[in-house]
Unconditional design. Structure first.
Length: 332
């Protein structure tokens, strides 16, 4: 089969489509014929040699996949059958023609949804769902500040905050991105490049601040985050785009707010925990992707690249211009 591959860490130019061995499903695993995958920041970090896959995971890129069941390993429960349309969050291997997935991690693709659309769901939406509900314990009426609001996770989080009857506030780097977040349901949005988002957040919330911050940026935002975090607020860090080294009296500021810091990496969680998030997501969120649901949830696809153009897709993400997900179409 063909898969996205690189022989040594480096830039996007190191990527190519390589012929590799097709995997065989093991005990309790399902073989999925992949029609589409999607690109994530973790793929860029892995390509640079800065984010190796967890022990036992495929070294092929790709943390999510949408496709159809092509084979069943020994011991499968019978829940899935050949030809079923499925999607999954993976620890690796999604940007290939086939991938094996523990049967408990598969989710059905909502009716009338294409593989391209479905590929934009697993990583972004499960990440946002887990951060908001399992880590942040979001409650109705709370205010949630979402950094990188126009990213895949950001656009999912906006809609999930609305679904929870809470109030989404975002940051983004362009007016176009802020308009997209407003269309997705953001109550307010601020351009972090030309305005102090912490001051704007405090102004919008009439001085009370936000109850939850979803932060994939890290070090460079710590002071502004604490400035606009409410008393007893939860600051949830799930990425470190600006690094992790903090200079300043972080703990004293945190203590003065009685605030808490939570951290989360979905990729490194064990299969049992991932299955729990997936089951709750399947029951509580997936029905809202189908026609007639209220409110209706919508995955946002920015662009689609064929697998042989994987280097171009990485280059596009590194330019940080995408609004929503960059999807990789896998050849038949």
């Amino acid at each position: 089969m063909f898969a996205a591959y690189f022989d040594c860490p480096g830039g996007p130019e190191n990527l190519y489509m390589k012929e590799v061995m097709k995997p065989d499903p093991g005990e309790g695993e399902v073989l999925v014929k992949v029609s589409a995958s999607a690109l994530n920041r973790a793929d860029l970090l892995q390509r640079r040699g800065k984010y190796p896959p967890p022990k036992g995971a495929s070294d092929i890129l790709g943390l999510e996949a949408a496709g159809s069941v092509a084979g069943l390993g020994p011991g499968c429960s019978g829940r899935w059958k050949i030809g079923d349309a499925v999607m999954a969050l993976l620890s690796g291997g999604g940007q290939a023609q086939y991938v094996t997935v523990p049967e408990g991690l598969l989710m059905p693709i909502p009716k009338d949804m294409t593989f391209i659309q479905a590929a934009a769901i697993p990583e972004a939406w499960l990440t946002a769902f887990q951060l908001l509900h399992f880590v942040g314990k979001v409650q109705e009426g709370e205010r949630v500040l979402i950094h990188a609001g126009a990213s895949g996770v950001g656009m999912a989080a906006i809609q999930l905050v609305r679904l929870a009857k809470a109030i989404p506030i975002v940051t983004a780097g362009t007016q176009e991105k802020l308009e997209a977040t407003a269309n997705a349901g953001a109550a307010a949005g601020f351009n972090y490049k030309n305005e102090d988002f912490s001051e704007k957040v405090l102004e919008f919330t009439q001085g009370s601040g936000v109850d939850i911050i979803l932060d994939c940026v890290g070090a460079s935002y710590w002071e502004k985050n604490l400035n606009c975090l409410s008393t007893d607020g939860r600051w949830i860090i799930y990425g470190l785009l600006s690094g992790g080294e903090v200079h300043g009296d972080l703990l004293a500021r945190l203590l003065s707010k009685r605030a808490s810091i939570h951290t989360s990496l979905l990729r490194s969680r064990d299969k049992e925990a991932s299955t729990g998030f997936k089951q709750a997501f399947t029951e509580e969120v997936l029905p809202h992707f189908s026609g007639g649901a209220s409110p209706r949830l919508q995955p946002l696809v920015d662009s689609v690249y064929p697998l042989h153009a994987i280097a171009e897709a990485h280059g596009a993400m590194e330019e940080n211009k995408n609004i929503g997900k960059i999807v990789i179409e896998i050849p038949v």
